[in-house]
Design a protein around this ligand. Structure first.
Ligand SMILES: [Zn+2]
Length: 71
């Protein structure tokens, strides 16, 4: 696995509850399946990867803020 998998918000309902099989790898072809647990939306590869990138960036921002300590 090349990347840590973080919950990606569903483009349809906004829930961050992805379901995928245990050996899921976003770089694998064919992609997925990744489903939204709440509404059943099947993620397309592009929207999943874009969401994952954003989630990773947000997580890194939060970690950096925590390292700086309380303001
Ligand atoms: Zn959904």
């Amino acid at each position: 696995m090349t990347q840590e998998l973080l919950p990606v918000p569903c483009p349809r309902c906004g829930e961050k509850q992805n379901t995928y099989s245990g050996d899921f790898d976003p770089d694998h072809v064919p992609f997925g399946p990744v489903l939204c647990m709440a509404c059943g939306h099947a993620f397309e590869r592009g929207e999943y990867l874009a969401g994952l990138e954003r989630a990773t960036r947000d997580r890194d921002t939060r970690l950096a803020e925590r390292r700086r300590g309380p303001r």
